[in-house]
Design a protein around this ligand. Structure first.
Ligand SMILES: [Ca+2]
Ligand SMILES: [Ca+2]
Length: 186
């Protein structure tokens, strides 16, 4: 059964997708001649106080694996050159530490402010959530079309309630910079 979520929509993954164990967050964009826009996918894994239990629960291009081994970033891509997902984050839900109750998924543009970059300069830029075992796409946003004037997009969050995982599609564009998220959650 296919699921699609509107912005702000929420889904009980444990109920609707009981077989879902491994998810892939895929970020894709196209190389822009002369601009060289660098998109970054990151996740913040938060405890019940909505903080990182330790800094290494911020998984991004300089910290590719969460301390519990549940979340893995496949590595930084600086240009977006090539087809398909240019950056990927894999999450294995059963391995997530019991201390973690929320996983916030974010896309940012590297040095956006200094270089005056924003999603509107891109073409065919997207972020998607995929069920790894069935290769089925659960959710996708087109970043250039829907978030043109912004420099970050909060894609969505996984949150644990009474032992069940829910996913909320935030679809929230901001211009505050990655550091503002780090400041908020450290
Ligand atoms: Ca990157
Ligand atoms: Ca690409």
């Amino acid at each position: 059964m296919a699921i699609t979520l509107q912005k702000g929509g929420s889904l009980n993954l444990s109920k609707k997708e009981p077989a879902l164990k491994k998810i892939l967050i895929g970020l894709g964009w196209e190389f822009q001649q002369g601009k060289n826009i660098d998109l970054d996918a990151s996740v913040f894994m938060l405890d019940k106080h909505r903080k990182l239990p330790i800094d290494e629960y911020f998984v991004f291009y300089n910290n590719l694996k969460s301390p519990d081994g549940s979340v893995q970033h496949t590595g930084d891509n600086r240009t977006g050159a090539g087809e398909g997902d240019d950056e990927m984050i894999l999450a294995n839900l059963p391995l997530i530490s019991p201390d973690i109750v929320e996983i916030l998924i974010l896309v940012t543009i590297h040095e956006a402010e200094a270089k005056r970059h924003h999603f509107g300069l891109l073409q065919h830029a997207y972020i998607r959530l995929v069920d790894v075992e069935t290769n089925r796409e659960v959710l996708r946003y087109d970043l250039d079309a829907e978030f043109g004037s912004y420099t970050e997009v909060e894609f969505g969050k996984l949150h644990r309630e009474e032992g069940e995982w829910h996913f909320t599609a935030s679809g929230l564009g901001t211009k505050a910079g990655l550091q503002s998220y780090v400041d908020k959650y450290v």
